[in-house]
Write a protein that binds this ligand. Structure first.
Ligand code: ISL
Ligand code: CA
Length: 462
């Protein structure tokens, strides 16, 4: 199959299904809700959608913890709803990219449940299970994860631990296992054969771990990261995925590759290397933190922001391709972060200035749901207004360790991922037109200010 590189002429809109549109009044966004907004997306002028995970999941990380890759999370709808959405998106000239979460599964996945209950399980090697040190008293290494705390969880009643770079409910898959890789390739082809146009591969640059499992140097966050960020076999695994899963489809593959640099970006996206079409790296959105850890807040500097964007524009000018974004479901809202919301007038200028700046760069532009309306941060300092597992773990660490509290406490809520996950604000009704029932996460109090524009847009398009 010839690859047409259609991503180079695309504007991609990211939908976080839980917060986009609720069609059945249960307070949770769903696929029928997405279908009801296809005309809005077409009017917006996007020609591709990146859909955050809709697979079945216990939702401990809002779907980034998959328990069944072949079924839809029931509150989001059915496989028939998904196929209806795919057909209607395609009929409207909009391609659909899914989120591929294959660094880890949910701890509820049958593979994992079998692996930890039976040392002779055929799925044992699908995960990374090692003996603890000192007869199981200590985890195999001193590594710490993306959500803080040890990356190892002890298997009840044994001296063994399993690896999880995220929460303990997200056990890491073992990419050194050929049978495991074969299952992932089979699953990918199931979705591509259905007509899905590609994937955004979640944290794909941490799937290769240094199997010597050595301790990491002292570090406050992500201790031992050298053993799993862009690990020893990462490019081999990317090439294998291309060769066995993607090669025969005219699909677009985007890798989320946190904590990478320009040379990594060139290796991942140089076309002749047949790995990825684009990557999401966060050097520019990490302008206002230290070491790429969003909770280590640092004052934003425009000069640093421009330098980091320019580095990738020049670095990928002759090879590869850039993704262009300033928001996603993990990042707080951009207008108050890189611009200002000090007054409606300045907020209006800020949001348009930011859009103009990044849309005019070389690469494929992404819009995150609500960014086009100028949606803003929640602004609350009340933990009850938040639900994100990442924030809850950080809050727990800050409560336990005054030093951590001193480091992250002041801005913990401002940088929380929930700022991007409040219900999409379609109008100025009680639940912002997202639902007729109280949504799973509180509607942003600023909904009245934002919706005038959405209603104006609807009015214009009537
Ligand atoms: O937010 C980030 C980049 O600034 C990272 O800390 C981010 O958490 C990391 O890149 C991984 O994110 C992805 O995998 C997580 C999931 O919670 C995130 O929503 C997803 O985007 C685990 O699947
Ligand atoms: Ca619903």
């Amino acid at each position: 199959m010839r690859h047409t590189h259609w991503y180079r002429d695309s504007v991609i809109y990211q939908i976080y299904p839980r917060s986009f549109c609720d069609s059945n009044g249960d307070g949770i966004g769903d696929i029928q809700g997405i279908i009801s907004k296809i005309d809005y997306l077409k009017d917006l002028g996007v020609n591709c959608v990146w859909l955050s995970p809709v697979y079945d999941s216990p939702q401990k990380d809002n779907g980034y913890d998959v328990s069944d890759y072949y079924n839809i999370y029931p509150p989001f709808g059915t496989m028939e709803d998904f196929k209806e959405m795919l057909d209607k998106m395609h009929a409207a000239g909009i391609r659909v990219i899914m989120d591929l979460v294959v660094n880890h599964t949910s701890s509820e996945h049958p593979w994992f449940k079998d692996a930890i209950s039976n040392p002779d399980s055929p799925y044992r090697d699908f995960y990374i299970i090692r003996h603890g040190r000192r007869e199981g008293l200590l985890p195999p290494t001193n590594w710490t994860g993306f959500f803080g705390g040890s990356t190892w969880e002890r298997i009840h009643g044994t001296n063994d631990y399993y690896l999880h770079l995220f929460s303990k409910d997200q056990p890491d898959l073992n990419w050194d296992s050929k049978p495991m890789r074969t299952q992932i390739v089979k699953m990918i082809k199931f979705w591509l054969d259905m007509g899905v146009d590609g994937f955004r591969c979640d944290v794909i640059n941490v799937i290769s771990k240094n199997q010597k499992f050595r301790n990491g140097a002292p570090a406050l966050f992500l201790r031992g990261r050298k053993n799993f960020i862009n690990g020893p076999r990462i490019h081999e695994y990317m090439r294998r995925l291309y060769k066995y899963a993607f090669r025969n489809y005219d699909c677009t593959i985007i890798g989320e590759t946190a904590l990478s640099n320009v040379s990594d970006a060139r290796l991942f996206t140089t076309t002749r290397r047949k790995e990825l079409n684009m990557i999401f790296n966060f050097e520019h959105t990490d302008t206002d933190n230290y070491f790429g850890v969003k909770y280590l807040y640092r004052k934003f500097k425009l000069k640093r922001f421009k330098e980091r964007i320019a580095k990738y524009q020049y670095g990928l000018a002759d090879v590869g391709w850039n993704s262009l974004f300033i928001e996603n479901h993990d990042q707080r809202r951009s207008v108050g972060r890189f611009g200002t919301t000090d007054s409606p007038e300045y907020k209006n200028y800020s949001s348009k200035m930011l859009a103009l700046c990044y849309f005019m760069l070389r690469g494929t532009p992404f819009i995150y749901q609500g960014q086009e309306l100028g949606m803003t941060n929640i602004g609350s300092k009340d933990l009850n207004d938040y639900q994100d597992v990442e924030l809850m773990r950080m809050h727990k660490m800050a409560k336990k360790h005054p030093f951590i509290k001193m480091l992250i406490g002041k801005h913990m809520y401002d940088v929380s991922r929930d700022n991007a996950r409040t219900p999409m604000q379609w109008d100025s009704s009680e639940y912002a037109g997202f639902s007729t029932a109280e949504p799973w996460l509180k509607v942003n109090p600023d909904k009245d200010k934002v919706n005038a524009k959405a209603e104006m847009r609807d009015h214009d398009s009537l």
